[in-house]
Design a protein around this ligand. Sequence first.
Ligand SMILES: [Zn+2]
Length: 241
Amino acid sequence: MADAGHAINTPGKRSPDGEREWMFNNEIASGFETRMIQYKDAKVERVDDRTGVVDVPLAERVNKAVRLGGKAYISFHHNAYLGVWGSHGGTETFTKENPSTASLALANAVHPALVKGYGLKDRGIKHTNWHVINHHHMPAVLIEGGFMDSTTDIQVLRNKDKLRTAGALVADAIAKHYSLVLNTTTALQTTKTMNRTHKIVPGDTLWSLSQKYNVSVKQLEINNPETIPHNLQIGGLLHID
Ligand SMILES: [Zn+2]
């Protein structure tokens, strides 16, 4: 179970230059999902709105995660201090206060991957009773990948490759924690991002494009949250990788 905190237009939740927290959150969440589903038997359900339009209420996110029988919950966020540029910064991982052994173990597994992925100051594992990590019965962590109002951190946050790589490293850490193995068919694709795009021509379907480029339909959906499933517009650009 995963969510990218908030939605695009959630009030506050932006850098001093107006960049939206959701955009950063969604980038690492996408990198995470792309990598995670390469593991055998691994499933990722986004309990937020992956298009970023609707800020799904927190209780609804938690209820959905529980209803779907989630085995773990990870919520991707980015931090802010005073909302004005400053020299503070760093990466944190949260569990609830007095976390279960399983939640703490998950945090211990995930946090080093985040610190490595972002390459920012290690602010450690912390505890607070935020709703999405407090109210369900599965191991749950919330990560704050860096500060949107930090002059240091924002350099990393603006780097989509960095965020996607951090997400992939988190997926690898979780896979290791739960002893998952890579699917043999997808193992060769691993972390290499090819950044291919496709200009949509009449007759293209998600299925035909997935065959043409040897990627899954699900992957195309993940990489094009703003385009799919609403339309495949002729002349539009689809992100393949
Ligand atoms: Zn947030």
